[in-house]
Ligand binder design. Structure first.
Ligand code: FAD
Length: 394
């Protein structure tokens, strides 16, 4: 009997294993894949990750990111850079394998290539059932098996209707070519309805993708991806034969989303903890795992099952930010042309947003500030929008 069984060893599950194993608890982590494995992702982690305790990312970071080259429908390129890093780019296969290895070294037991199918509450423990009928018992169970989690759909209302959807491609290029791009993100607004397109350069590799809200862009996102690949200045003219991956982003949609059920709890993507504006999820996966680990340790030591401190953590630290980012997404993605025009004219809007990404400025404060610009000077904003829509040539 383990203290905890964890299903899924992405950033959330592997962090949770590490936190508990390094404090001497008996933990078992199960993943259906074998590491290193591919994960559809931009691999861009905000510098708020530095606030997580006990994590040394130095071996994995190629170059800090200082800003981005933005575009509107692959045109009107604008560079907005800061003096300090905003994010780090990592290769997800290496990053995730590193976290799993770190958990193993701390004493966690790991089973790879085994699919978790369900869990059953018994009187004083939980039974985790895997493919082929194999089962494992523990005092607690953590569901960390991501956006595709069947367990989270059944027990924690993970809801595909509320997802973002995406297409991505990893394009190998000469290291010399990416050398000058490292430290920059390429972000395009306007091509994808209710979403955006990106190119995140890594050493010898371009991570390229588009993502948008499923309700708004279902059925047309694949075509938008083709357009993005053909038209972006960095990609135009290349013969691209790499595999296209489609995947889902379980963006935040409600504070009331269930994350606790008896002796089980959900973390990371399985708990809908993805930022609804840019789709950032790695930080939230790892931070939620650390908070869940604290709550589980309390439950073990005090012989309780409430996990109230985990629920409170999400309410305090995540949901207010997600609510504000959701409103910001509504504003930006409903009016991408207007947003782009504002950012083009006033790059300090983006510089201020970089502080939100860094975790130094609150998202609700930023949203109110942007909104006040629109409300205080509606004529100026309307004029910009009209100029942009009707007078702009080229
Ligand atoms: C296209 C795209 C781009 C993204 N870009 C970024 C980005 O640049 N920056 C960022 O911060 N976030 C990004 N995200 C979000 C980020 O990838 C996720 O939020 C993050 O991976 C969540 O971590 P997790 O551990 O919760 O889940 P995952 O990383 O999905 O890990 C889940 C694990 O569970 C395993 N698993 C699944 N089912 C089972 C099962 N039945 N049994 C056992 N194991 C199972 C999987 O093999 C996997 O290893 C992106 C997402 C997408 C789709």
């Amino acid at each position: 009997m383990h203290h905890v069984v964890v299903s899924g060893l992405g950033p959330a599950g592997a962090t949770l294993l590490y936190e508990l194993a390094s404090r001497g608890y008996s933990v078992l982590g199960i993943d259906r894949e074998r590491f290193p494995r591919y994960k559809s992702c931009g691999g861009c982690i905000s510098t708020k990750i530095d606030t997580l305790k006990g994590l040394d990312l130095n071996p994995l970071i190629e170059t800090p990111v200082y800003g981005a080259t933005f575009s509107y429908r692959q045109d009107r390129y604008v560079d907005i850079f800061s003096d300090e890093p905003v994010a780090y780019n990592v290769k997800r296969d290496l990053f995730d394998a590193y976290l799993v290895e770190r958990a193993k070294k701390a004493g966690a037991t790991v089973i790879e290539g085994c699919k978790v199918e369900d869990f059953l509450e018994e009187k004083d423990h939980i039974r985790v059932v895997c493919e082929g009928g194999k089962s494992f018992s523990a005092r607690f169970f953590v569901c960390a098996d991501g956006a595709g989690s069947l367990v989270a759909r059944k027990h924690f209302s993970l809801n595909p209707k509320e997802f973002g959807i995406s297409y991505t491609m990893e394009i190998p290029v000469d290291e010399a070519e990416t050398e000058k791009m490292l430290g920059t993100l390429y972000i395009d607004f306007g091509e994808v309805p209710f979403g955006y397109g990106w190119i995140f350069p890594k050493k010898g590799l371009l991570s390229v993708g588009v993502a948008g809200e499923s309700k708004k862009c279902k059925g047309r996102l694949r075509q938008d991806f083709e357009k993005f690949l053909q038209n972006h200045k960095i990609l135009a003219g290349r013969a691209l034969k790499e595999k296209v991956h489609g995947w889902m982003l379980p963006i935040y949609h409600s504070d009331g989303h269930p994350v606790i059920k008896g002796r089980a709890l959900a973390v990371g993507d399985a708990a809908h903890l993805v930022d609804p504006f840019l789709g950032e999820g790695i930080y939230y996966a790892m931070a939620s795992a650390q908070a869940a680990a604290e709550s589980i340790m309390e439950a073990i030591e005090e012989n309780t099952t409430g996990f109230e401190s985990y629920r409170e953590y999400l309410k305090r630290e995540f949901y207010p930010e997600f609510r504000a980012l959701s409103k910001l997404a509504g504003l930006v993605y409903t009016h991408p042309r207007l947003w782009y025009r504002m950012v083009e004219k006033e790059p300090q809007i983006m510089l201020r947003y970089y502080d939100v990404i860094r975790g130094r400025r609150r998202a609700d404060e930023f949203y109110r500030w942007v909104l006040s610009k629109v409300i205080k000077k509606p004529w100026k904003v309307l004029r910009r929008w009209l100029e942009d829509k009707f007078l702009r040539t080229g």
